[in-house]
Design a protein around this ligand. Structure first.
Ligand code: ATP
Length: 200
């Protein structure tokens, strides 16, 4: 088979996150990466118990909000691999599971500037680079620098700047402020219906 007749390898984006709750900053970053890197699909992977965060909302709520937020985009999907694994979530485990799920695809792990700054502290970082190419996306308030990381392993991408964080969304809800237009409408409604992020 010549290079011309060989089937093109699928290109799969992986958007890992706590998604507590998912917000429009996540969605814009994933959409921009999908377009700029010609990804066939972006799979959102809500973490189980994140190793670097103490308390998070139960995984089923975070999973369902992620499903609601991504449902309208045929190029977006959600995976439960991290929710179904026991113990703390490490990116290396996410990547190993995604490699099993997509054995013949090129994998692209999408991550914000704040997370990029910590990559070298990640578990089994040497293997991490062998499993996926990293797309480091810009995020307001965080310098985007990929110096010190393997040159072939990371690309940087400027995405439309949305100064939104899940922390701010949670604080707004607990303080009685709206989160309309910061998170998708269905997520606003899900938060209200399930009384998430209320201080009392
Ligand atoms: P928290 O405020 O609870 O720490 P968060 O808003 O950072 O949450 P995460 O679920 O931890 O959200 O983020 C998942 C991924 O999305 C990370 O790689 C993060 O850097 C990236 N990300 C989050 N918000 C933005 C944003 N506004 N613009 C670009 N990337 C973002």
């Amino acid at each position: 088979m010549t290079a011309e007749t060989a089937p093109r390898r699928a290109r799969i984006g992986i958007m890992g996150g706590t998604f507590d709750p998912i917000h429009n900053g996540h969605l814009v970053a994933a959409s921009e990466a999908q377009i700029q890197f010609n990804l066939d699909e972006v799979v959102f992977v809500p973490t189980g118990k994140p190793w670097m965060k103490d308390t998070v909302t139960p995984g089923e709520h975070r999973y369902l909000m992620t499903v609601i937020a991504t449902a309208a985009n045929p190029g977006f999907n959600v995976s439960r691999v991290d929710l179904e694994r026991e113990g703390a979530t490490y990116t290396i485990d996410t990547l190993r599971d995604m490699r099993k799920a997509y054995p013949d695809a090129d994998l692209f792990f999408i991550t914000g500037a704040d997370a990029v700054a910590q990559i070298m502290e990640w578990k089994d970082v040497a293997e991490v680079w062998t499993l996926a190419h990293f797309i480091a996306v810009s995020r307001p308030g965080h310098a985007l620098t990929i110096s010190g990381l393997p040159e072939q392993g990371v690309s940087s991408l400027e995405v439309p700047a949305l100064a939104i964080s899940s922390t701010d969304c949670r604080n707004r809800v607990s303080g009685g402020y709206p989160v309309w237009y910061l998170v998708p409408d269905g997520v606003v409604q899900y938060i209200a219906k399930h009384h998430l992020y209320r201080s009392t």
